[in-house]
Ligand binder design. Structure first.
Ligand code: HEC
Ligand code: HEC
Ligand code: HEC
Length: 91
């Protein structure tokens, strides 16, 4: 019985990780300029593929992604969302 329960738990845990849900909010370290908040839930209305090209999976964050390929690039293009350094980076 105990073994069966452990096996069942393992199956449920695996299924959970295979369909990982997004957090409502993420926060990045952001280096010397301070932390950057990313409210994922507020962005989903834009359409998943705007950011998740080639499938829904984790997007590794770094300065180039934050500025040049994703976050700031889109805010500038849409003239919406924070665009000044201190609008994104908070100490
Ligand atoms: C504005 C860009 C953007 C949009 C739009 C967006 N996402 Fe994301 N999503 C991200 C980023 C960036 C991450 C990575 C967060 C992290 O872990 O640092 C992420 C993470 C995720 C994760 C977690 C992946 C993992 O394994 O950690 C899931 C699931 C997800 N998004 C699903 C969706 C779905 C479904 C939609 C559409 C309804 C969507 N996202 C729309 C940017 C976006
Ligand atoms: C595809 C376009 C797009 C991308 C990519 C994108 N954003 Fe945005 N973001 C927006 C838009 C549009 C708004 C304005 C939403 C509104 O005013 O209703 C916004 C608003 C925000 C806000 C303000 C939310 C609030 O409460 O008013 C923050 C913070 C933010 N974005 C951070 C980020 C970060 C960090 C990333 C990268 C991980 C990112 N965004 C990527 C389009 C984008
Ligand atoms: C749209 C939001 C946004 C704006 C506006 C923005 N940044 Fe960033 N910045 C980010 C994100 C996201 C990262 C990646 C954070 C991480 O990987 O921890 C980043 C990374 C950085 C880093 C590197 C941190 C490291 O250690 O790698 C520095 C420095 C930085 N930004 C400075 C600035 C300056 C200066 C400005 C204004 C000219 C600015 N940022 C404007 C979102 C933004």
């Amino acid at each position: 019985m105990k073994k069966a329960l452990i096996a069942l738990f393992a199956v449920v845990a695996f299924a959970g990780s295979a369909f990982a849900a997004a957090q409502d909010n993420y926060e990045y370290k952001g280096g010397s300029f301070g932390k950057v908040a990313f409210p994922h839930k507020k962005h989903v209305g834009l359409g998943c593929t705007k950011c998740h090209e080639g499938g829904i999976k984790k997007i590794e964050m770094n300065k180039a992604v934050g500025h040049d390929t994703l976050c700031l690039k889109c805010h500038k293009a849409m003239a919406k969302g924070p665009q000044g350094c201190k609008d994104c980076h908070k100490k």
